[in-house]
Design a protein around this ligand. Structure first.
Ligand code: PNS
Length: 164
């Protein structure tokens, strides 16, 4: 599909569920911009925006049509500035739907020319979220295979530092 799509999120940190969505999107759209946004509503930030971008740059380098960026302010304004008319969001459970529906409709009200497209994660990633991964890792649980290896290493290092 000859369209530029924005895949926005907190990505704190990127999980294998996000990568699954990026891969699907890269197969559909001519270009995908993965856009990191600080989310002021989320208080448990572990990685800085720069760190999140650096992880994403590393793990997305295998897709030639995927670019990593960050933005502040309104998502639709960022999308319009980039010349994109598609916003991608991943859907896991029905429970995601209510919030995602609200966001999509609010974004449409702000910018009717931009369409939100939902992609379903693979079943093996359906329970995965950055918050859950951080919580389990912080409590000493095993999150291997749920996040890219570079993220796993940095997360364990960071959590060790926090704990000491
Ligand atoms: O990964 P997340 O935390 O679910 O991503 C949420 C995100 C960053 C996509 C959302 O908070 C967002 O769009 N932030 C930018 C500010 C904005 O446009 N807010 C209005 C959304 S209707």
């Amino acid at each position: 599909m000859g369209a530029l799509a924005i895949y926005p999120g907190s990505f704190d940190p990127v999980t294998n569920g996000h990568l699954d969505i990026i891969e699907r999107a890269a197969g559909i759209f001519s270009k995908v911009i993965v856009a990191v946004a600080p989310n002021p509503l989320k208080r448990s930030e572990l990685f800085s925006v720069e760190e999140r971008i650096s992880f994403l740059n590393e793990v997305c380098s295998k897709w030639t049509n995927v670019e990593v960026d960050s933005f502040t302010g309104l998502l639709v304004e960022y999308a319009i500035g980039k010349g994109a008319n598609i916003i991608i969001r991943g859907l896991r459970f029905v429970s995601d739907f209510e919030f995602e529906f609200q966001m999509a409709l609010m974004n449409r009200r702000q910018a009717p020319s931009i369409e939100t497209v939902f992609l379903m994660t693979g079943a093996e990633h359906s329970y995965l979220s950055s918050s859950l991964v951080k919580e389990v890792a912080a409590l000493g649980g095993n999150v291997e295979g749920l996040v890219p290896d570079i993220v796993l290493k940095s997360m364990l290092k960071k959590l060790q530092k926090k704990g000491s």
